[in-house]
Design a binder for this molecule. Sequence first.
Ligand code: GDP
Length: 202
Amino acid sequence: LFAGPCDFIFASVKASDLPPLGPPEIAFAGRSNVGKSSLLNALTNRKTLARVSHTPGRTQQLNFFALGGQPGAERLRLVDMPGYGYAAVGKEKVASWGVLMRDFLRGRASLARVFVLVDGRRGVKPVDEEMFDLLDQSAMSYQVILTKHDELKVSERAEVLGATTQALSKRPAAFPEIIFTSSHTGEGIPELRGAVSKLLHE
Ligand code: GDP
């Protein structure tokens, strides 16, 4: 699934303009600078996959990629969601972001799970809670990925993992295992790939 190419398929700026339904989709969300581009590149063995979505605040779009086969014959689609919580983004853009996210999360039958990235150095912040709110309201399955494992001491890792577990415990739905990752050391990448592969077989 992760060995082959991962070609760009489609960019959506509004929920009425999504690619036709196809194979299962997994989406990746997180605040700007959380390490989403780096993680997507590590996950797919690519150096430039996420570049297309990168400039914070500019690309308010959903970017679809094909995994496990050429576009049209892919086994899975990866959806890069626009980063949130970027201070320089105006109110209007935040509102249009919210509409796009909500419409996509509520209406996308093929969306199997959203992976929500949380910065391991910061832990769960109000913007992350807002994303969890949106996912809970949409009854969408989600799994939290902590990033930047390499930047933390052993004690700090335990602390942020505990606090994140506690934040998720307050949520209505049972939550899957929290995966702690580093795009620099590769920590957690096999676990993340395992979680993705498992979704395909459910
Ligand atoms: P995005 O805005 O969420 O796409 O984040 P990027 O992937 O561009 O990363 C934001 C910053 O965090 C960059 O300076 C990266 O080098 C850094 N970063 C990303 N992942 C890691 C990681 O696993 N460990 C460390 N130490 N830094 C990371």
